[in-house]
Design a protein around this ligand. Structure first.
Ligand code: GDP
Length: 318
């Protein structure tokens, strides 16, 4: 019998965009067969260089990523882009921006752009992102950009897939450096102060430099801060070269291997949660046990540890 999953994955390996698009839809929705697709594609992935681009909405991530796509295409690289929009369950925002970009990019067979939106279930977003990443990798992308707004927990987690994280800031966005401190500051390998045509860009860049001075040493890489004007392309070449420098550092310093282990650990943990934790929650909910236990924890009749013992114990009486 013909194995259709294998056939689909073979088509992806041959560079078939339609097959890739279809496979991503299956893994994104976790539709039947999604595991088989990832299983078949996984050993063909692990070659792409992954660049995360993160920052508040409106800082210019999409415009900047577009410029970085051009820079990569000029080097003859095949490019994948995953735009993650965790805020919209129906992909409203992401799809809109995506469509505009898709139109201008649709003539280039070596650029594949895909939006992903959050799904209802736990960990769905990071899992879909990981699976999509592996598919783009198997498709033969040399570089994959993952673009996220960098606010939620799952988004910071997604950045674990990135070899280089570019944090995008812009002057006067209420998204000043103090606010950035909270989560994404520490994960930046390269900082872009976009909208450098606007007032205050110099100050924002200095504030970031100052924060980097304050952060504990110990890394062999001091993140550079690059001013860009994404709409005109100013500074994009410099930003691209800083990303390449960081990539060279990652390769030379042994971080590449460390990174591969980290990303794999994340993949396995995600799938383990899906296989063990999520079904337990689902089943407990179906039996009404979940609500009961949660309300007892709220009223202090139970503590969370005892609650979990009860949930785990309940599996034995299935
Ligand atoms: P994202 O939400 O971070 O992806 O931001 P977008 O790339 O969608 O950009 C948000 C808005 O800022 C758009 O209207 C862009 O045209 C504009 N923009 C992007 N880069 C620049 C820039 O360097 N200077 C100025 N003045 N506007 C920019």
């Amino acid at each position: 019998m013909m194995n259709t999953t294998e056939e689909l994955v073979n088509r992806i390996l041959d560079g078939d965009r339609l097959a890739l698009a279809r496979a991503i839809t299956v893994v994104e929705n976790e539709s039947p067969g999604h595991r088989e697709i990832v299983k078949a594609a996984y050993r063909h992935s692990g070659r792409a260089y992954v660049v995360g681009v993160t920052g508040s909405p409106g800082t210019g991530k999409s415009t900047l990523t577009d410029g970085l796509i051009d820079a990569a295409r000029n080097e003859g690289k095949k490019v994948g882009v995953i735009a993650v929009d965790p805020t919209s369950p129906f992909t409203g925002g992401a799809i809109l921006g995506d469509r505009i970009r898709m139109q201008t990019r649709s003539i280039d067979p070596d650029v594949f752009i895909r939006s992903l939106a959050t799904r209802g279930h736990l960990g769905g977003l990071s899992r879909a992102t990981g699976a999509t990443l592996h598919l783009l990798d198997a498709f033969g992308c040399d570089v994959i950009f993952i673009e996220t707004v960098g606010t939620g927990q799952s988004e910071v987690e997604i950045m674990r897939y990135a070899h280089t994280v570019v944090v995008v800031a812009a002057p006067g966005m209420g998204d000043d450096v103090q606010a950035m401190k909270a989560g994404i500051m520490e994960i930046g390998d390269v900082f872009a102060v976009n909208k450098a045509d606007r007032e205050g860009a110099g100050r924002t860049a200095l504030e970031i430099e100052y924060m980097l001075d304050m952060s504990p040493p110990g890394r062999g890489w001091r993140p550079p801060v690059v001013k860009t004007v994404a709409v005109s392309g100013e500074g994009i070449a410099l930003l691209a070269s800083k990303i390449s420098e960081h990539a060279a550092y990652v390769r030379q310093s042994g971080e590449m291997q460390k990174h591969a282990l980290q990303a794999s650990e994340f993949d396995v943990s995600e799938v383990l949660a899906q296989a063990v934790v999520e079904p337990l929650i689902e089943k407990s909910k179906a039996r009404g046990l979940w609500d009961d236990v949660i309300s007892k924890v709220a009223s202090r009749e139970l503590d969370p540890y005892t609650a979990v013992d009860i949930l785990i114990e309940s599996r034995k009486t299935e």
